[in-house]
Structure formats: structure tokens, C-alpha cells
Design a protein around this ligand. Structure first.
Ligand SMILES: Cc1cc2nc3c(=O)[nH]c(=O)nc-3n(C[C@H](O)[C@H](O)[C@H](O)COP(=O)(O)OP(=O)(O)OC[C@H]3O[C@@H](n4cnc5c(N)ncnc54)[C@H](O)[C@@H]3O)c2cc1C
Ligand code: HEM
Length: 393
């Protein structure tokens, strides 16, 4: 527990973080990634270049400083961070590196006149307190995943058992463990950590499980990103029989048990976790409205897969919205961008429902606003990012 003086000093720096937090975390990443090459593979360089990761960290640090007196009010933030960390295998030995670079960045960005020895000492103690909370929670998750049936800790070698082209941009990869043992059953909505070596350089990425795990193998479905390192490598080079390492599934964007109607809304490759959620919900007999938006029919993955389920399960209603008509694919239920009126027509009449959505950031901001405007209680509308968390406001 921090002493009262340290807490007061940390709280007094909140206005500085509000105005300069991003400059500080950007400087922090520059220091750390240039001086500690061993942590580079953990970080997606694209998220540094876009500024998304420095922003996510700045927000985390700011929320922590604001709530230093009532850490329980950090709510979902800690769960989100530890799940991301666990899926990328962040370990206790990484924390002192982050701690020392963060303190140096505070000193170098704020200047010695503001970042006095007292300020640095208070932030050092505050960092250690948060690091202890995160390391403790992460160790709990690592142990839980290692001890569960089919579970493991760290990297485990998997062989590509099958690859399936799902749309012009998305390929599914089915992985079975090289040791032929069982695999941990993930919760619908969780994601794996993938570790690959490309031209001798290690990269790690997260991919959502696009099917319920059956205890024997996993399926992920990857969109080829223009200029993207790992997605292009997987699409172009990973063939049946090849091996790579996977970290155990993690993630807190999971389908909570409920008997309310379920609405799953996705844009593009954001469809992946909603597929596992769909099967879990159908198995429990829930009413499901499945809404998917794609740029056009050629880019629409899993249409047949969802249609086949809709044919078998009368409690599943599915709606498709294409930004444009490609003139060849089966028609959508609506054309253009998803409007509030259209969404209103596709939601169950009863608005006391659970909504889960995922897609590009702009799409999610619109969906969030529409759901609220259409009377869906905000706390019943959940989402996740295929990258560092950001604000949708
Ligand atoms: C929880 C979670 C679940 C996810 N699930 C899925 C999923 O189910 N399916 C899926 O396809 N993806 C998923 N993702 C996204 C996935 O992890 C990768 O981010 C995605 O595949 C892109 O990785 P990449 O290596 O191909 O591209 P990157 O190399 O990361 O590049 C991404 C983009 O940034 C650009 N870029 C790269 N470096 C720079 C630079 N230095 N300057 C400027 N621009 C740059 C690239 O051109 C590209 O357009 C998920 C992400 C998370 C966090
Ligand atoms: C107290 C210390 C730490 C805090 C407050 C913190 C905070 C965060 C936050 C807020 C995110 C974004 C979460 C999200 O997008 O959902 C994140 C992601 C991440 N963190 Fe940490 N973190 C800490 C320590 C560490 C350490 C020690 C490492 C390893 C060196 C690390 C590596 C990562 C990585 C690799 C990601 C994902 C980055 C990406 O997607 O590009 N973190 N962390």
C-alpha cells in the first residue's frame, strides 16, 4: 500500500498526465524498444507507429493515477490488461524494464524541475504497486491455464491441420498440437497468442478463436492486411503440416450466461469471435440476432456457415448489410452503411437484450451510439478491439 504522501504526489501529477500522457508514453516506448531489444517481439510495431499503444498505456496510467485511492474502481481495465498480457506471455522479468524506462521518461519529458526526486520516488512506488497487482493476477491466470484439462504454460507447438479460404481476404487455419494431447477449451470470444519467426525475427499477435474449441484443435481466421507482417506470412507461407507456437487462449470479451436475447454485430473480420459465441448461444437455446456488415459479398466470410445454422435453428435470425453490391454475390438484406433505422429494424423488439459487437473502430463507434439511441442499456452492450483499447466516444 502506498503511503499518503506518495498518493498525494501521484494525484497531483494527474493534470500533467491529462495533457502530456501520450508524449510521455511515446518517449517511454522509444527508450524501451531501442535499449531493450529482448522486449521488441512482444510489441506490435504497427501499434507504435499508429500511436494506438502509447495512447492505451497513457490511458491506463492516467486511470491508475486518478483512482490511486480507490483501486477497486479501475473495474474492467485490470482484467483487460492482464488478459492481453497473458495472451502475449508478458512475464515478471519484463516489469523492471518497463518500470525503469517509465521513470526515466517521466524525468526526461517533464524535466527535473517538475520531476523532482520526491515525484520520481512516489511514481516508483506507485508503479511497483500496480506491477505487483498485475504480476499477481497474471500468475494466477498462467497457473489456471496450465492446470486446466488440455492446458499449458508458455509456448506449445501446433501443426497446421487444415486451411480454408473463407472470403477473398480471410483464411481459416486449423491447428492441432504436435504432442497430440488435448487442448484447453476456450470460452467463446477468447483469443490465442501466435508466435512466428519471419526471416529470423520473432513476432507475436493475437487471433480470436473463430469456432468453439472441441478440446482437440483450434480454428483462427485471419484477414490479409495490406503491408501486414504476420497476416501476410500466414496467408502466403503457412501450409498444412507446418508448425508454429501458440500461447493458451485468454480474453475477457466472453459470452456471459444469460437468457436475454443475444445480438451479435460484426464488421469485416470482426466476425470471428461472434461465430464461437453464436454456436455457444444456439447450444443453450437462446434467441440470437446475428448482424454482419461487409464491404461486399466477395469479402463476406462465413455466410454459408451462418445460413446453414439459421436453416437449422429457428431462434436464429441473420441480417447482412453490404456497403456496395459487387453484382455477383448473393444479395444482402441492406446496402450502404449500417444506419440507426436499419439496426432498429433488425434488433429484437424487446430492448432488454445483450449485445456484443466488434469491427473497425469507426464502425464500433457508430454501433455503440446506435444501440444506445435504440434503447439498449449501455451496460448490456459489450465490445472489444482487434488492437490496443481506445475510446469510442
Ligand atoms: C484480441 C485480438 C483479437 C484479434 N483477432 C483477429 C482475428 O480474429 N482475425 C484477424 O485477422 N485479426 C485479428 N486481430 C488482429 C491481429 O492481431 C493483427 O493485428 C492483424 O492480423 C495485423 O497484423 P499484421 O502483422 O498482419 O500487420 P502489422 O504488421 O501489424 O501491420 C498492420 C497495419 O499497419 C501497417 N504498418 C505496419 N508497420 C507500420 C509502420 N511502421 N508505419 C506505418 N504503418 C505500419 C501495415 O501496413 C498494416 O496495414 C486481433 C487482434 C486482437 C488484439
Ligand atoms: C504496470 C505496468 C503496466 C501497465 C499499466 C500496462 C498497461 C497496458 C495497457 C493499458 C495495455 C493495452 C490493453 C488493451 O489494449 O486492451 C497493455 C498492453 C500491452 N502491454 Fe502492458 N502494461 C504494463 C506492463 C507491461 C510490461 C512489463 C510489458 C512487457 C514488456 C507489457 C507489454 C504489453 C504488450 C505487448 C501489450 C499489447 C501491445 C499491443 O497490442 O501492441 N506491459 N499494457
Amino acid at each position: 500500500m502506498l503511503n499518503a504522501q506518495d498518493r498525494a504526489i501521484v494525484k497531483a501529477t494527474v493534470p500533467l498526465l491529462e495533457s502530456g500522457g501520450e508524449a510521455l508514453t511515446t518517449h517511454f516506448y522509444k527508450l524501451m524498444l531501442s535499449e531493450y531489444p529482448e522486449v521488441r517481439p512482444l510489441f506490435n510495431q504497427a501499434n507504435q507507429a499508429s500511436g494506438d499503444q502509447p495512447r492505451a498505456l497513457a490511458n491506463g496510467v492516467l486511470m491508475y493515477a486518478r483512482h490511486i485511492d480507490q483501486l477497486e474502481q479501475l473495474g474492467g481495465l485490470v482484467g483487460q490488461i492482464i488478459n492481453k498480457h497473458v495472451a502475449l506471455q508478458i512475464l515478471p522479468e519484463h516489469y523492471p524494464i518497463v518500470g525503469s524506462c517509465l521513470l526515466r521518461a517521466i524525468e526526461e519529458v517533464l524535466g527535473k524541475a517538475t520531476a523532482t526526486p520526491e515525484v520520481i520516488a512516489a511514481w516508483g512506488a506507485a508503479y511497483q504497486q500496480l506491477a505487483d497487482i498485475l504480476m499477481g493476477a497474471e500468475e494466477g491466470l498462467y497457473q489456471q491455464k496450465a492446470q486446466a484439462p488440455g492446458g499449458w504454460r508458455g509456448a506449445r507447438a501446433f501443426r497446421l491441420a487444415a486451411r480454408v479460404q473463407e472470403s477473398s481476404e480471410i483464411v481459416s487455419f486449423h491447428f492441432a498440437p504436435v504432442d497430440a494431447g488435448p487442448v484447453l477449451k476456450a470460452e467463446p470470444g477468447q483469443y490465442l497468442g501466435v508466435q512466428v519467426l519471419i526471416e529470423g525475427e520473432e513476432h507475436r499477435r493475437n487471433y480470436s478463436l473463430s469456432a468453439l474449441s472441441d478440446g482437440a484443435e483450434y480454428r483462427i481466421s485471419v484477414k490479409r492486411e495490406a503491408g501486414g507482417k504476420v497476416s501476410n506470412f500466414l496467408h502466403a507461407h503457412l501450409q498444412v503440416g507446418d508448425t508454429l507456437n501458440l500461447f493458451p487462449p485468454a480474453g475477457d470479451f466472453t459470452l456471459a450466461s444469460s437468457d436475454k436475447p443475444l445480438v451479435l454485430i460484426s464488421g469485416g473480420v470482426g466476425i470471428t469471435p461472434t461465430l464461437a459465441m453464436l454456436d455457444a448461444a444456439l447450444a443453450s437455446g437462446r434467441l440470437v440476432h446475428f448482424i454482419h456488415c461487409a464491404r461486399n459479398g466477395a469479402l463476406h466470410a462465413f455466410r454459408d456457415w451462418v445460413d446453414e445454422r439459421a436453416a437449422r435453428h429457428p431462434q436464429l435470425k441473420r441480417f447482412y448489410c453490404y456497403a456496395e453490391d459487387d453484382g455477383v454475390s448473393s444479395p444482402a438484406d441492406a446496402l450502404g452503411l449500417l444506419s440507426k433505422d436499419q439496426l432498429g429494424q433488425w434488433l429484437p423488439v424487446e430492448r432488454d437484450l445483450d449485445a456484443y459487437f466488434l469491427g473497425p473502430k469507426g464502425f464500433m463507434a457508430v454501433v455503440k451510439r446506435h444501440l444506445k439511441g435504440l434503447g439498449v442499456p449501455e451496460q448490456q452492450s459489450r465490445y472489444e478491439f482487434f488492437g490496443p483499447a481506445a475510446s469510442l466516444e
